[in-house]
Write a protein that binds this ligand. Sequence first.
Ligand code: SF4
Length: 447
Amino acid sequence: MPRRYHIETFGCQMNVHDSERLAALLEADGYERAEGPEGADLVVLNTCAVREKAEEKVFSRIGELRAPGMGPTLVAVAGCLAQQAGAGIFARTRGVDIVVGTRAARRLPLLAEEARRSGRRQADVSRGEVSPFPPRLVRRSDPVKAYVTVIEGCNEACAFCVVPRTRGGERMRPVGEILAEAADALQSGRTEIHLLGQIVNRYRAPDDPACDFAELLARVDRLPGLRRIRFASPHPRHVSERLIEAMSALPRVCRHLHLPVQSGSNRVLAAMRRRHTREDYLALVAELRARVPGLHLSTDVIVGFPGEAEADFQDTLSLVEAVGYHSIFSFKYSERPGTLAAAGLRDDVPDAEKARRLATLQARQGAIQSMLLGAAVGTTVEVLVEGTSRRRVTEMTGRTSGNTVVNFPGDPAWVGAIVPVTIERAGPHSLWGRVEALTAESRTPTL
Ligand code: SF4
């Protein structure tokens, strides 16, 4: 009987895509996908180490998986937490059989085989050479959007971030490989390509010096079958004139940019080693808004970074108001082992104060978001249909080019098509509307 695997993903889009590649590797090795952990021979937890909370979730999930009756034969921890904590995970729990770091992920089938054969725990978290996933080997989990990695690793040194340590320095993929993978995804019926990189806009093709990130967007934009391109995440200090021009000129590049700011205070930005100032960031936002009409912005914010005083936090609030983000991901600072902040800065903002700042920020953002979403009522927007709504089977869900979720009565046959939706109602995080009539632009792809 074939062995069966199940993968659970924590963290960012990069991890979601790594899970798709791990799934393909396991299937190439003869595994079949299980519907859930029950009855799977191998359960893989593909983890995140960016925040303490994500780490806690992984350990509590391991406990659940080892509860009586669950019984996967092997449990593997992969991803950033595995790379960072290494065999230390074995010391913390008896529930794990395999630890495989981001740099050796493609060795997972071999490690599983060895663990099964020897009955001994296996770990590979080498800090040496990265062993990349085989190109074009991916089991895509979404019928509409396809993630394509363009850069792995990061050369920045943000003080709070563990990624340069877990994923290593920047490595660019050849442009030919990226375009081939995107073309495969489009041929299989996907219509939206998400280009991924820790700092995606640093891209420069190793096999074609003329191809920077703006040129890569232009080449992807020309691929047949494509409806939309998104990318994540750019670093504000690497947004070039050429990138702004490409965003404004290329019709299929979405009118949404996730532009991490982290703080609105120059003092905190310097302590975070972000290498941009509040003024640089606001000037960039003004330039983007002037050149890319209809652009929606989202961001990441950390509150309670070491040394953050009330005045610094007020700077963050005023920046969030000045920009008018459509959404933000906001977090309380938590010290992560192996980061520059953990080594050199005292985590001196009390947890209750961090919680107060987070609640204040989220309330302020909630009001901004309600105002922006409310302004969409009565307009007609183009929505790429992603699937059936989780709440109601009669309702479809999709996103605008600006990345706002829209729900509307519809037909599952529309998945993958762009439909015009007239907005009737706004909620705190999404919109509701109805499709008046399908336009000639709308089409129903075979998925
Ligand atoms: S840019 Fe900063 S936050 Fe982003 S991955 Fe690199 S070090 Fe981490």
